[in-house]
Design a protein around this ligand. Structure first.
Ligand code: NAD
Length: 521
């Protein structure tokens, strides 16, 4: 059924996820395994960033609908948490297969609502798929620990058990990958879920939910509500929700962390970034500049791991003009147009913010050696396009350095030594990602040892770890204890229960009650 319905997706995603046809169809909710129309009268328009046409409308779920989603997840937990690990694994096997067969359809949906190029959108799906594939090894990942003979005739076993109903709140920039960091990991551990996609890119999530249903996920195990602040507050406040995964901006992330943890929940909150690439003069020039351009301007700079700040050490600064030439050669166009290297940014407001930060850099003394602010894309004159932009002579007190720009803007700085570059990066409040480009092993080792950033690349510009590891942004880019996916993700979505048993063939009758603390020697 799924494969039949998604044949018709094209640039118009799943019919079942939409209500009755209209110029801008309303996205449905997903409650207890059914796609249902919201009863709200309050909607948020979803735009195609390349044209600014309204492509769909997201309902702000009513209180009753959010409660129904939670009730469904609570009820499903009773049976899903008792479902065998092999059954849960089978759902993941099927899920990865369905996603894999539909990468192009998912990518088209991403491009339509988010704007990134089709090739980049396929990467977005693939990185999420890798998490689902990793979830297929839940039979090993969820193993507990045992110790036989911890005392005479006594053994201890610890189990990793699900928490209950968990929730996820996602951002706009990775419409497939980030939802797939959330509900598959939670449900494969035996939890049930209330998911809230970004209101700016809801359709990819709806397709992913239709696919999980098709993969055999029972009704109520994953539910989806839509909305903004009210939906977020509902998730933070409901006592029956035990854990929250959040990815997005600093402001929302800190708010959700504080409100959720004040209510006794586990919260993992991945937030903003300012990622520095350090270019040593001994680096391989051609490959370094090529990688730098891809990592700074790819996805129009709207990646939390975008390499948005380049620190040229010593003579490496002589390479800036060549970097600018490479950036100029990038093709800016709507994401679905062949040959496009970067698409539009998400909204007119985002474009305005980016342009203002570039202007503030110029006003504060930086040089704009490549200015993409006035770019016009023929045929897409109403799109939110910003061309590759490079600011040089940037200093740490400038707003364009202090703030996350989240657009196709590379800020370039200079340092005399590697130590100076490391000090600059360690003084920056963010700790999501960083990279060094060098041919010297000792330099690379010093950098990886001394840098206080959670994800480090050596000649690798965007070091997002595969799911056998975890996404380990640090300092201002993360609050919480356990990171997303990998072993840390399994730990986040499980709690330990430890059972100590004594079995004796012949019971030795104990005389008198021992009131001292048992020490089990
Ligand atoms: P956002 O914070 O605006 O939105 C994320 C989610 O939070 C959405 O579902 C939204 O409805 C909700 N939300 C927004 N404002 C809120 C508020 N004031 N209170 C409560 N909830 C709110 O983020 P975005 O613009 O969609 O995403 C871009 C940001 O996400 C960037 O800062 C980027 O660096 C960050 N990001 C971080 C990572 C990471 O892993 N560190 C990954 C992707 C994106």
């Amino acid at each position: 059924a799924l494969l039949r319905s998604i044949k018709h997706v094209g640039v118009r995603p799943l019919a079942r996820c939409y209500s009755a046809p209209a110029a801008a169809p309303a996205i449905k909710l997903f409650i207890n395994g059914q796609f249902v129309e919201s009863q709200t009268t309050d909607f948020v328009d979803v735009h195609n960033p390349a044209t600014n046409e309204v492509v769909s409308r997201v309902p702000k779920s009513t209180q009753g609908e959010m409660e129904a989603a939670l009730e469904s997840a609570k009820s499903a937990f009773k049976s899903w948490s008792k479902t065998s690990v092999l059954t849960r694994q089978q759902v993941m096997f099927k899920y990865q297969e369905i996603i894999k067969s539909n990468i192009k359809l998912l990518a088209e949906c991403i491009t339509k609502e988010q704007g990134k190029t089709l090739a980049d959108a396929e990467g977005d799906v693939l990185r999420g798929l890798q998490v689902v594939e990793h979830c297929c090894s839940i039979t090993s990942l969820q193993l507990g620990e045992t110790m036989s003979g911890i005392s005479r005739d006594m053994d201890t076993m610890s189990y990793r058990l699900p928490l209950g109903v968990c929730a996820g709140i996602a951002p706009f920039n990775f419409p497939a990958m980030i939802p797939l960091w959330m509900f598959p990991v939670a449900m494969v551990c035996g939890n049930t879920y209330v998911f809230k996609p970004s209101e700016r890119v809801p359709s990819t999530s709806m397709m992913l939910l239709e696919m999980i249903k098709e993969a055999g996920c029972p009704d109520g195990v994953v539910n989806c509500i839509h909305g903004q602040h009210d939906a977020v507050n509902f998730i933070c406040d409901q006592p029956d929700i035990k854990a929250i995964s959040f990815v997005g901006s600093d402001q929302a992330g800190r708010y959700i962390y504080e409100r959720g943890s004040r209510n006794g929940k586990r919260v993992q909150s991945n937030m903003g970034a300012k990622n520095h690439g350090v270019i040593m003069p001994d680096a391989n020039k051609e490959s370094t500049l090529t990688q730098l351009v891809g990592a700074a301007f790819g996805a129009a700079g709207q990646r939390c791991m975008a390499l948005s700040t380049a620190v040229f050490v010593g003579d490496a600064k002589e390479w800036i003009p060549e970097l600018v030439e490479k950036a100029k050669a990038l093709k800016i166009n709507a994401g679905h147009e062949p040959g496009s290297d970067l698409g539009p940014v998400i909204s007119p407001q985002a474009k305005e913010r980016i342009n203002k930060l570039v202007q503030s850099g110029i006003d504060q003394g930086a040089k704009c050696v490549l200015d993409g602010r006035d770019v016009v894309v023929p045929g897409y004159e109403h799109g939110n396009f910003v061309g590759p932009t490079v600011l040089t002579e940037v200093k740490t007190n400038m707003d364009c350095y202090k703030e996350e720009i989240f657009g196709p803007v590379l800020v370039a700085m200079e340092a005399d030594t590697l130590d100076e570059a490391i000090d600059t990066i360690n003084a920056n409040p963010y700790g999501n990602g960083t990279a060094i480009f060098t041919t010297n092993g000792a330099t690379a080792r010093k950098f990886t040892q001394d840098i206080d950033v959670g994800q480090v690349g050596v000649n690798v510009p965007i070091p997002v770890p595969l799911p056998m590891f975890s996404f380990t942004g640090s300092r201002g880019s993360f609050v919480g204890d356990a990171n997303f996916y990998g072993k840390a993700g399994i730990n986040f979505y499980t709690q330990l229960k430890t059972v100590t048993s004594m079995w004796r063939e012949t019971d030795i009758t104990q005389t008198g009650s021992a009131t001292a603390m048992p020490v089990m020697r």
